[in-house]
Ligand binder design. Structure first.
Ligand SMILES: Cc1cc2nc3c(=O)[nH]c(=O)nc-3n(C[C@H](O)[C@H](O)[C@H](O)COP(=O)(O)O)c2cc1C
Length: 355
């Protein structure tokens, strides 16, 4: 049975039931804050694609499949980036890749790719565009060993020329916006994010997401808002700031400190896909709606992957979700052990009192 490490949830999340954890609207705050307050709910143009607001769901491999993205969208996320897909053509048609590409109705389809050969990446971008992608995002931000060993993800930040030629090849290959997700540089003593950002803008990249950590930092240490601010000041394309945003106050602070155009939220949404909408609208869904959303997510995961794989994949969502609702491990265990998809749903709806 897959048991995701609960430590993946950011430390600073304090889960409170119902609407208790909604940040109060910043009444009487400074003009600057009032501006950023409105800014979260405003649309944002990335090339010809308009995002409906400025709170973006981070791509998270193994998490942000179509089922998860559908819940995030339903509750008001401004934009969704699907999980990273390898650029190799032999992987495009695997069942998993196909499922990861499934469109959420009404939302622009952003496909994230990783690769290290310009021709291969460009060909993948073209294929995904032909299959309906509205945007292509290139991952230069992922520190995962599996990705970096293949000279992709954030490992490439140490090779700025290659980063730029990979992006340029994609821009030339597709008529839809190409965006890039990156970190601030390879190491704390080598933050070349600004230099890379400027070069990416030059070759026609439509927007940049900057996770305010270096590759070497993985997920540790404070987010470096300073470098994100420098990137924003250095380019005129939209910049999306990412790292440790867990609530509305954090999102507003991130915009204010970096001057970025939007924020991206990752781990804080694990077990809480509604969080992005809550950040945008300063209003949490009722706890009943949150519980219903978890049940729907699990049912959708089972539908998407089929009962056998689906029930295994759903376990991490169940664990994260119930952890946030404050259920004790003992209460959750039978639900994680069952090998029957229908009982998984039944036990979950019983525990959530959704009968
Ligand atoms: C489980 C998991 C999977 C991730 N997968 C990807 C990925 O496929 N592509 C990517 O660019 N970043 C990936 N990331 C990084 C996130 O998109 C994001 O940049 C990072 O978690 C920081 O944002 P946060 O502090 O809001 O979580 C992943 C992160 C996590 C926790």
């Amino acid at each position: 049975m897959s048991q995701p490490a609960p430590s993946i949830l950011p430390d600073r999340i304090v889960y409170a039931r119902g609407a208790a954890h909604v940040a109060a609207p910043a009444a009487g705050s400074s003009d600057r804050t009032e501006e950023t307050l409105d800014q979260l709910a405003e649309p944002l143009a990335i090339g010809a694609v308009e995002l409906r607001n400025r709170v973006v769901l981070a791509p998270m491999a193994g998490v942000t499949d179509a089922a998860f993205r559908r819940q995030a969208w339903r509750f008001g996320a401004g934009h969704l980036v699907g999980e990273m897909l390898g650029a190799r053509p032999d992987l495009w048609h695997t069942k998993k890749s196909r499922l990861r590409r499934e469109r959420v109705e009404g939302a622009p389809l952003a496909i994230q790719l990783a690769g290290s050969e310009p021709d291969v990446l460009a060909q993948a971008a073209r294929q995904h565009w032909a299959d309906g992608a509205d945007m292509i995002d290139i991952n230069f931000g992922c520190p995962a060993k599996k990705v970096c060993r293949k000279a992709a993800g954030s490992a490439l930040l140490a090779e700025p020329d290659r980063v730029v030629s990979l992006a340029a090849a994609c821009v030339d290959a597709v008529p839809v916006p190409v965006t890039v997700k990156m970190r601030t540089g390879p190491r704390p003593d080598w933050r070349n994010g600004v230099e890379i950002a400027k070069a990416l803008e030059q070759v026609g990249v439509a927007a940049l997401t900057v996770h305010g950590r270096t590759r070497a930092c993985k997920f540790q240490g404070e987010v470096d808002v300073e470098t994100i601010a420098q990137v924003k000041a250095a380019v005129s394309i939209p910049v999306i700031a990412n790292g440790d945003v867990t609530d509305r106050a954090g999102a507003l602070a991130m915009l204010e400190e970096t001057g970025a155009d939007a924020v991206m939220v990752g781990r804080a949404a694990l077990g809480a896909p509604w969080l992005l909408g809550e950040i945008v609208h300063a209003r949490a869904p009722s706890e009943a709606a949150q519980r219903q959303s978890l049940l729907e997510l699990v049912a959708d995961v089972q539908r998407l992957y089929g009962e056998t794989a689906g029930l295994r994949i759903a376990r991490k969502h169940i664990q994260w979700g119930l952890q946030r609702f404050g259920f004790a491990a003992d209460a959750v265990r039978p639900l994680l052990k069952t090998d029957d998809a229908a009982s998984q749903l039944e036990l979950l709806s019983g525990l959530l009192e959704l009968h």
